[in-house]
Write a protein that binds this ligand. Structure first.
Ligand SMILES: NC(=O)c1ccc[n+]([C@@H]2O[C@H](COP(=O)([O-])OP(=O)(O)OC[C@H]3O[C@@H](n4cnc5c(N)ncnc54)[C@H](O)[C@@H]3O)[C@@H](O)[C@H]2O)c1
Length: 464
């Protein structure tokens, strides 16, 4: 138990964000109840099992178990809570707008169980600007005995990255708190005191970085906090698309995008992060949040051409992978193509909007036989991608054996450890489209195409 002044917390929605938030707050000493409508998820958590893969989350879950409870019953979680987090999904609608139905349902359910004393309702889900006020209105309409001074709404956007979620939650760059109520901000500062002062004992598995001191506390209005989240994600997406745009030119002028981004990244005004050229961004957030921002702009008759271009470039990158394959193999019909990496990035099992999905779907459409592998996400893909007809490989090496080509879609460390020279020799045609710069040395044993660079080896073109 840490030194925090323990608060009672309810976390509504126990997905990637809610689960990380619940476990982190319990680790800091608070008493946390996770609420979800998904009974299977709650059953797993109650048994001490995790429904998602996130490094070290199992260890912290075990360590914090005495302060954690899981339920589908709002009535047993909300009345007691000093702070109630809404962490439900906001997936995109076909229009690009986020679907706020889950937020509305959660807010209605919360409202019915508020206790009439001061409680803070915190929106951690990524939501359009104005949603905080909308949630306050839902509380007002559904809470018995509603009183604006007693139900305080805060926007506290989440910036964690899947794969490093605990690190990002325990050692954040900043904590953004948006509210019109000083009392709500004060309670949130109390909740986050251990993070703000960094006086908690760091978990052994997620040590405090040597250079880390404390997070910045950014206090804003509700709408600024909501905008901060969208603007941050949009900017990161822009950086990746920018690197991809420059990468295309690098290929044509015989420059190497990796050398170029290293060269520009040392400039402190630019920074080295999120400049990785490749198959483009994926995951549940960037596509959804850029589309949401554009659609919010449309509500005000405001165009956002930079963002629109970033999305277009991202789509182009996904197609580029297949085009590179076609340049070498000409016809994909009947070809066996290994796809290494299915998750949208390493160290997660999250498949949402993963570039590998579109790549596999297109390969199948073009008549290729796909053999796919992922160190962690394969079981989830079996369920979520059951509409795709691909074969699973038990290892990356097995996928590569006898393949006409391979596409490397996710930069898992396991793939860096492959003996690429021998793997290429074991392929029917030694061709790899390495979209994530995983392959270093391969002894010229085949063709390795990387994005933003001329092929590392130009051996005789592969023919059917
Ligand atoms: N995943 C990320 O990396 C990330 C990072 C920052 C912000 N966000 C934002 O956080 C939010 C949640 O994202 P996520 O990835 O954790 O989503 P998720 O889909 O993994 O989890 C959402 C959970 O909410 C539950 N839920 C839905 N309706 C509910 C209800 N009425 N009551 C209780 N539970 C309910 C679902 O069963 C699910 O377990 C989204 O708005 C997302 O944009 C996500």
């Amino acid at each position: 138990m840490q030194d925090a002044k323990a608060l009672q917390v309810a976390v509504v929605g126990t997905g990637y964000v809610g689960l990380g938030t619940a476990v982190m707050l319990a680790y800091l000493g608070h008493h946390v109840t996770g609420v979800d409508v998904d009974q299977a998820k709650i059953d797993m958590l109650t048994r001490g099992e995790l429904p998602i893969y996130e490094p070290y989350l199992d260890e912290l879950l075990r360590e914090s178990a005495p302060r954690l409870r899981w339920t589908t019953d709002y009535a047993s979680a909300i009345p007691n809570a000093d702070v109630i987090f809404i962490c439900v999904g906001t997936p995109p609608l076909p229009s690009g707008q986020p679907n706020l139905a889950y937020v509305a349902e959660a807010a209605q359910s919360i409202a019915r169980h508020l206790n009439g004393k001061v409680q803070v309702v915190v929106n951690k889900s990524t939501v359009p600007i104005g949603t905080g006020d909308w949630v306050a209105r839902i509380l007002e309409e559904n809470a018995v005995d509603y009183h604006a001074n007693r139900y305080l709404v805060v926007s506290n956007p989440e910036f964690l990255r899947e794969g490093t979620a605990l690190h990002d939650s325990l050692y954040p760059d900043r904590i953004v708190l948006g509210s019109d109520s000083p009392e709500a901000i004060e309670r949130m500062a109390e909740l986050y005191e251990p993070l703000l002062s960094q006086d908690f004992a760091a978990p052994v598995s997620v040590p405090r970085p040597d250079c880390y001191t404390q997070p910045a506390l950014v206090k804003t209005s509700l709408s600024s906090a909501e905008m901060i989240k969208y603007a941050a994600n949009a900017f990161l997406a822009l950086k990746i698309s920018f690197a991809n745009e420059i990468a295309g030119l690098c290929e044509r002028v015989d420059a190497d995008i990796q050398e170029v981004t290293r060269g520009i990244g040392y400039d402190q005004r630019i920074g080295p992060h999120f400049l990785g050229a490749g198959a483009g961004w994926g995951g549940s957030c960037f596509g959804k949040d850029t589309a949401a921002l554009i659609s919010i702009g449309h509500e005000y008759g405001y165009e956002m051409p930079i963002l629109a271009a970033a999305i277009e470039i991202n789509q182009r990158q996904r197609q580029l992978v297949i085009a590179k394959l076609q340049q070498h193999l000409h016809r994909l019909k009947g070809k066996r193509v290994a796809v290494l990496g299915m998750a949208f990035k390493p160290n997660t099992d999250d498949l949402r909007d993963a570039p590998a999905h579109d790549c596999i779907a297109r390969l199948i459409e073009l008549g290729a036989q796909v053999v796919a592998h992922d160190p962690i996400a394969m079981p989830r893909a079996r369920h979520e991608w059951r509409h795709l007809r691909y074969q699973e490989a038990e290892s990356a090496e097995a996928a590569l054996r006898g393949a006409d080509a391979a596409i490397l879609m996710t930069e898992w460390d396991d793939y860096r450890r492959i003996d690429w020279e021998s793997a290429l020799r074991g392929m029917r045609h030694p061709l790899v489209i390495d979209t994530r710069r995983v392959i270093g040395h391969f002894g010229g044993a085949g063709i390795v195409e990387q994005i933003g660079k001329r092929p590392a080896s130009r051996v005789a073109e592969v023919t059917a």
